[in-house]
Design a protein around this ligand. Structure first.
Ligand code: TUI
Length: 313
């Protein structure tokens, strides 16, 4: 399947693996890239040296293209941006902000730059700044989210910019992927389904919680603080939402979540930790290898495209 995105990046399939904090480390990224998608290391709040090690480990496993995601709220964003340029990373995605100040550095190093945007305004601004594509991520996603749904965001951004659009948020199978293409996307980014991939190093309890989740099992905390985050409902989210309703201080709420993602991903504490996952978790029923996931997505998508004519007969 050829699109402007597969051509731009030299990848076989138009599938990105989301740069998920604590989850998107080198085993997962290398497996996705080896399978023909775009594996992405999630720099999240990690120090630059960790990111450099991860980049080198991916390179030991695969010669195929991979990316690094920079979480712009990270205290280490500046140093991580430098490491990306120094290591010659070919694809950079960004999240949770406006990456303008790093564009010159990354373009000079030869990287393709693909920011996550949650609005038409930022998408247009990024295009003017010379980015290569944008990821339009709707609020079905896990983790830090914007306001609009994928269904409404993707076509509005596809109309507003000339550069390619990658659709993200709520994609879990070939139906979701085909739908993204219908909305104007030329690739998809998938997070939650890769959380439960065989190569994903997250704790067994986390995988079980995602696989066991129903459609309505995710909630959004932090709407009142301006940092909305989608997670699977548990003891922590119930306490957080109660505090939020009571108008508790930012510090009080923060204290509940500090280190919570690490506790869930690494230690398997899915009761009091942060179990970030998208709304599509209810559709995800089993652990598969990255290769199986990508092949299944492509087969399902191709079958749907092939059967399109049944609607116009
Ligand atoms: O970044 C994400 N998802 C994330 S980051 C993360 S780590 C974290 N944990 C707790 C609190 C905050 C972060 C977990 N999940 N997705 C990409 C994304 N970017 N979604 C929405 C946005 C976004 C929002 C506003 C991008 C740009 C933006 O623009 C702001 C501006 O400056 O115009």
């Amino acid at each position: 399947m050829k699109t402007r995105v597969t051509e731009l990046l030299g990848i076989e399939y138009p599938i990105f693996q989301g740069g998920m904090a604590w989850v998107a480390e080198y085993h997962l990224a290398a497996a996705v890239s080896e399978a023909g998608g775009l594996g992405i290391i999630g720099a999240a709040n990690a120090p630059a040296q960790w990111v450099r090690d991860q980049i080198r480990k991916v390179k030991e496993i695969t010669d195929k293209p991979f990316g690094v995601n920079v979480m712009l709220l990270s205290p280490y964003a500046e140093e991580v941006a430098q490491v990306i340029a120094e290591e010659g990373v070919r694809v950079v995605t960004t999240g949770a902000g406006n990456p303008e100040k790093y564009l010159e550095l990354w373009k000079a190093s030869g990287a393709k730059v693909i920011p996550v945007v949650a609005s038409v305004a930022l998408a247009k601004r990024m295009e003017r700044c010379g980015v290569d594509a944008v990821i339009a991520e709707g609020c079905e996603s896990g983790g830090h989210i914007g306001e609009l749904t994928t269904m409404t965001l993707v076509p509005q951004i596809a109309d507003a910019v000339q550069i390619p659009v990658i659709g993200a948020g709520g994609v879990g199978d070939g139906r979701g992927m085909a739908a993204m293409f219908m909305l104007g996307a030329e690739a998809v980014q998938i997070g939650t389904r890769f959380v439960v991939a065989k190569e994903s190093q997250v704790h067994e309890n986390y995988k079980k919680r995602v696989i066991g989740a129903k459609d309505i099992d995710s909630v959004v905390t932090g709407r009142s603080t301006g940092h909305p985050v989608r997670l699977i409902r548990n003891k922590m989210t119930r306490e957080y939402l109660k505090l939020e309703k009571e108008g508790a201080s930012f510090e009080e709420m923060e204290n509940l979540t500090i280190g919570g993602l690490r506790r869930a991903v690494v230690e398997g504490d899915v009761t009091e930790g942060n179990v970030m996952a998208g709304q599509i978790a209810g559709l995800i029923h089993k652990e598969q290898s990255c290769k199986e996931i990508i092949e299944e997505l492509m087969d399902e998508t191709a079958a749907l495209f092939g059967s399109c004519e049944k609607w116009v007969k």
